[in-house]
Design a protein around this ligand. Sequence first.
Ligand SMILES: Cc1ncc(COP(=O)(O)O)c(C=O)c1O
Length: 394
Amino acid sequence: MEKKFNLETKINHDGLLHKTYNGAIVPPIVQTSLFTLGDWDGAEKAFSNPTESLIYSRLHNPTCQIVEAKIAELANGEAAKLYASGMGAISAAIMHYIKANAHIITIKNIYAPAHNFISNYLPQKCNVEVTYVSGEDVNEFENAIKENTVLIYLESPASVTYQLQDLKAIAALAQKYGIATIIDNTWATPIFQKALDFGIDLEVHSVSKYLNGHSDVIAGVVIGKKSILDHMLLNEMALFGAKMAPFEAFLILRGLRTLIPRLKQHQSSTLEIANYLESDNRVRTVYYPGLDSFPQKKLAEKQMTGYTGLLSFELNTDKLEEIKSFVNKLTIFKLGVSWGGHESLVYAPYISYSRELTAEQFAKTNISAGLIRISIGLESVVDLKNDLNQALDY
Ligand SMILES: Cc1ncc(COP(=O)(O)O)c(C=O)c1O
């Protein structure tokens, strides 16, 4: 699409695509497993150039390709590839760089299943070594580098307590040592944080969150240089097979159309609620990068252009019964995992993290049993504040 267009136009305008589909304003779901290849020569031609050919929907599918091109543009990436889940995208991206006996540097508070994959699965299967850093100081990364370091895996803002990593400085360090970098950019989205522009090699997302935004799809995406994604297409995607189905891609395209206005609403409601919680003495600490009191506010302003709708806080009590009472008293906020959808949710990460990780690994995340996470949806912010206010009489 023309570079001159702004993001809102790039999301909602499909250029000449309508011509391909008889003027249809919404592209169809190309619900097919395979594409016929004509004659013998046609098949030879397709297989001699599999990254550019339509052969089988485990590799490319036109409905998925429309969404992939759009997401790549939003992130300033050369290419994007949809996966069947965020974890499908994360594990494929990591496996792209891993070999037996390699060393990974990552941060303590990455999403628990990614943590589990890196710290339990990979060491058992491939004897991979892992070093954890807080991520707040670039020197920690440099000090952790070893002969066999192949990958720095980031998540900024990190899960649950949202510490940031300096993406530009870490990408420069990694390039100096020939080490690859991946970031889970789900929290900020490609709208609020252009991680690839800072020199990060691959950006991964759980598309199940804001990019789709309607809590009706599980999906993931990897974004980066076309040469890397083409290599992944024939290896981690074709061989592990975590490929997105066309119907899911169709739903994501519909969700993407409203991404920017949705994010504006999530941001304004969440800032209001974060400030409200911070000012209430029934709350001890609020973790949200959009707050002026956020310890890394300067870095947040340097590398992000906005803040989304997920925040955490600790109540002014250590009594688990009172914390449970707060959660159970909420009526609009429903108790459930995930986030980034139209609906407001509440969750206590301790419930699953303490089961996903070993006791020792969980202790290192600094997540307390009483830490509460809320995802601010698109309901009236007045109603949401009233709901929190009544539940705060725990
Ligand atoms: C930060 C983050 N990354 C990745 C994932 C995994 O995505 P999915 O559930 O789509 O596999 C999640 C899911 O909650 C997440 O919160």
